[in-house]
Design a protein around this ligand. Structure first.
Ligand code: CMC
Length: 428
């Protein structure tokens, strides 16, 4: 029996259909509300708004569950590679060996960027934020090999997805090399995704970088855990842009810009800056927690809290263990990890955080993991973007494949001045 919700407005009862998701989540369909009642709904920050039906990722924020295409990330972590997970996220099922190999070949074949594009890097100052370079360069890709980005069927979709994932990796490493004044390293067809990136990041003309298997595994894990996270700010941005029928590159470049902010992907930088400043000022953790609770200067415990998770972010548990493993393998320690552990323990036993259901999110430990891999701070959010690319591509594909899709166009409640008229300048 189909359910409905009753809404009484001005003495009239309106029946609204209820939509049920495959995991039993319930949503009231208000798509005809304005037509039938004249009302719209108002939801600052979209905390209660389902903007789409999507078959890609499922999150249960109360239970701390994250699944890609129905598969829990705990199942994928340490067993699946980033490339396999990317295919799963984009195309909806785990790839066969043949599909996996074909995609890996496409990633290898498309790793070059046009030689002329390399000149663009010289136009940026060395201090340019790599996120600015990344978003600009993704758009620039559309000026080269336009046939590559023209998605008309499954084959061209797969090629475009591989080309974007692959070229983004090359662009990110080239942006880093530019920023430190080293020659850019050309791609190498024989290397797998994570090693290929590390090669372009850390090899120099006189010495090839050789990652340990633990470093390769940790980078794969980092990227895999970031592959998708349903309708977050950047993914919603990608869908918003895609809904106007904008191409894959324009939509994903917009995603990069949305990811940049410190409340979203930029939080992995903000966490390290917070830990570093606590260390530099020799501030007791209890004092930092006091300042957060007092909301002094608007400071927050970065890497804590989430719009959807009201429990542990499952990604943070996996990343915490990965940090321990990599540091143990390197026989190294990180003083920032000690501060993070102390902060976590303090927060999880403090009523301010407990009552607000604030737990560590993906960014609390991801920066410490990236540090242990030698990734510099200004590249952290770029790393998030490389990892999130499959999710953005999958969401773009969902919009692209939906022949009945409408342009995203929310309404607003206007609260500005009314009945004004133009006044001559001399009378103002
Ligand atoms: N530290 C201290 N207080 C916090 C924090 C925090 N990290 N997060 C939320 N609060 C408080 C907030 O001040 C508010 O308190 P009150 O009820 O007294 O006004 C209450 O908790 C509810 O917070 P909210 O701002 O309504 O929560 P939100 O859902 O709008 O924001 C968030 C979610 C992730 C933006 C926020 O928790 C935050 O700013 N966290 C720190 C930044 C961060 O780690 N971002 C990464 C998010 S996960 C990865 C990603 O999406 O990219």
């Amino acid at each position: 029996m189909s359910r409905s919700a009753a809404l009484e407005l001005d003495g009239v009862v309106h029946q609204l259909p209820v939509v049920e998701g495959s995991e039993g989540e319930l949503a009231i369909d208000i798509s005809k509300l304005r037509d039938t009642t004249g009302y719209i709904t108002l939801d600052d920050g979209y905390g209660n708004t389902g903007s789409c039906r999507s078959a890609i990722t499922y999150i249960d924020g109360d239970a701390g569950i994250l699944r890609y295409r129905g598969i829990p990330i705990e199942d994928l972590a340490g067993r699946s590679s980033f490339v396999e997970t990317a295919w799963l996220v984009i195309f909806g099922k785990l790839p066969t060996v043949e599909e996996r190999n074909r995609f890996a070949d496409l990633l290898g074949e498309n790793s070059m960027i046009d030689e002329n594009m390399r000149k663009h890097f010289d136009g940026f100052p060395a201090s340019a934020p790599p996120m600015a370079i990344l978003s600009a360069m993704i758009n620039t890709l559309s000026a080269h090999n336009p046939e590559l980005w023209n998605v008309t069927d499954d084959d061209s979709m797969e090629r475009a997805a591989a080309a974007l994932m692959s070229k983004v990796r090359t662009i990110a490493a080239a942006a880093y090399k530019s920023s430190i004044g080293e020659p850019k390293v050309y791609p190498r067809y024989d290397l797998k995704y994570a090693d290929h990136f590390l090669h372009m990041m850390f090899s120099v003309p006189y010495r090839d970088y050789q990652p340990t298997k633990e470093v390769t595994a940790a980078l794969n894990l980092f990227l895999m855990l970031h592959a998708d996270h349903e309708q977050n700010c950047s993914t919603s941005t990608v869908r918003m842009v895609a809904s106007s029928k904008a191409n894959l590159l324009a939509s994903c470049a917009a995603g990069v810009c949305a990811l940049w902010g410190p409340l979203h992907g930029g939080a992995n930088v903000a966490v390290i800056e917070m830990l570093q400043s606590i260390q530099d000022m020799k501030m007791p953790v209890a004092e930092y927690v006091r300042k957060v609770k007092a909301k002094e200067d608007g400071i927050k415990l970065m890497g804590f809290g989430h719009r959807v998770y009201k429990n542990f972010d499952p990604r943070s548990r996996i990343l915490k263990k990965a940090v321990d493993d990599v540091l143990a393998q390197q026989h190294a320690s990180d003083p920032l990890l000690d501060i993070a552990l102390e902060l976590e323990a303090a927060a999880l036993s403090d009523d301010y955080f407990v009552s607000r259901k604030l737990y560590p999110n993906v960014d609390f430990y991801s920066g410490i993991l990236l540090r242990s891999l030698g990734i510099p701070l200004n590249m952290f959010t770029v790393m998030f973007a490389i990892g999130r690319m499959p999710g953005w591509i999958a969401n773009w594909k969902e919009i692209h494949d939906d022949s009945k899709g409408r342009i995203y166009r929310p309404r607003q409640v206007y609260v500005g001045p009314t009945g004004q008229s133009w006044e001559p300048r001399s009378e103002r």
